[in-house]
Ligand binder design. Sequence first.
Ligand code: CMC
Length: 425
Amino acid sequence: MGQKIKFNYKDKEYEFPLIQGTEGEVGIDIKTLRSETGLITLDPGYKNTGSCISSITYLDGENGILRYRGYDIDDLANNSSFIEVSYLLIFGEMPSSNELNKFENDIRKECLVHEDITSILKSFPHGAHPMGVLASLTSALISFNPGSVDVNSEEKMYHAIVQLIAKFSVLTAWVHRKVRGLPLNYSDNSLPYVENLAQMMFKNPNEEYRSNPVITSALNKLLILHADHEQNCSTSTVRIVGSSEAGLFASISAGISALWGRLHGGANQAVIEMLEMIKRDGGDASKFMEKAKDKNHSFRLMGFGHRVYKNFDPRAKIIKKTADGILKDLGIEDPILDIAKNLEQEALNDKYFVDRKLYPNVDFYSGIIYRALEIPTEMFTVMFALGRLPGWIAQWREMRLNKEPIGRPRQIYNGSISRNTKSKG
Ligand code: CMC
């Protein structure tokens, strides 16, 4: 771009280059700020800080745009399979049919999880939260697949990636079966990825499993919509853990823990719990709206607001439409959907929400679809994690291939100044 930004500090003028992205975003490159000026920047929550240059996902929060590798989210959600989108995110291009077949077959070959993992799963108490279990099992996979991935070998990177994609779907299904009290089920390698996931999750031991296209299409769409979202909390966690050269599985396990929180992926569970609370309370949302606006109250309207979107979350639009269709196709009437729609309408017309540009986010309607698929509420964030996996992998791979330095923020210290034990009391 060639342009620079100037500022004066202690009677000296400094210049820092501006960097422009392909969609016109501009940032100040401050890599040499401290060494030149002695200053650091302070930005809690990184609201104004770019941590990397990335070519994976483009997000324009002001205009409600989300694209993976240049493809619009709406286009991908309606026309692609989750495995195609995973390949696109990780390797940068849509796969040819040969590349796709190879990718799917390589994933199938890795679909066995070491049987000893089942003992670890069984040792969790009934009622353990599935996100904690999933993070632990992903960590446990490291013991069966030790070592950091050799990032100088494309082949070894590829192998680690297909291993993780394959085994993660089995772990997700097993965690689901543990919650439901069902015996563990194994992969059926004759099926495509999403059909296989559905049979691993839902097959009853005493019945033949019949694939339902309404269910597989809904799962496929939800997984694609969650697949990446640039530098959010869990993705930044994956990148920062990976930047220490911790292995891929360890980095992903850390990402799962970051996603769990209710301000991030955990919001999908929190939304349904909130809607159920409103229903039990008689269905009147206005009381809860008032609570959400009250600064003395910690209650927030879950599924509303986003750090980056200051306009409709494009994923929420697609999910809302999908929820309507799925409930109709499955012949389900869920009063929670009506409560959600009323709540949305009230919020969209309320000055507090309008002024702060708070719109429904991806988590507002996704839980209604998961409920329709009979997935237990505590499992919702696990489903988010399964969808986010290719994004985490793509971001980890990009960070390692770019040889990014270890993530290590600075701070402004405001604790006690130097003192010693003799000066005490
Ligand atoms: N209900 C009520 N007030 C809200 C909400 C909400 N859901 N979200 C933001 N606000 C208010 C907030 O109190 C603040 O008001 P004021 O300016 O008067 O102090 C203002 O809006 C700005 O909020 P913020 O907390 O500074 O914004 P943030 O960018 O730090 O937080 C957020 C973003 C997503 C954490 C927040 O909107 C939130 O807590 N939402 C509910 C949880 C949720 O749905 N999370 C899922 C996010 S989407 C899935 C994902 O990608 O992780």
